[in-house]
Design a protein. Sequence first.
Length: 141
Amino acid sequence: MIVYLVRHARAGHRETWAGEDDTVRPLDERGQRQAEALVAQLAERDFSRVLSSPYLRCVQSVEPLAEARGIQVEAVDPLAEGAGEAAALELFRGLDAPAVASVHGDLAQMLLGENLKKGATAVLDVGDDGLDVLERLDPPA
């Protein structure tokens, strides 16, 4: 199954966020531009679902894309920060069509074995025996 793994767009620095709960840290201006540019970057790609960590910055990273396709962002706990690789892989293996998944850096690191820049996308082929990285797309400007 093809999964477009999107690391959430830029949301400023965790250390300077004054909010009590890190789940509500929004995208900054650059992150909003990255989210909007993702629409054009994935315009020719086939997917019918947009999944996201429930954290605001992940949801905001794919909202313009979902809106452009006329579909809803599905906030799912297996993509939340700290949920772990096994939960995400189980979710991906259960998909019946290609999907976009907006995630945090920790999950991207676990799945790819390396960092994925904020706003970047990795095109994955997820199967029962693991995953293959088919392509990496740089973060939109």
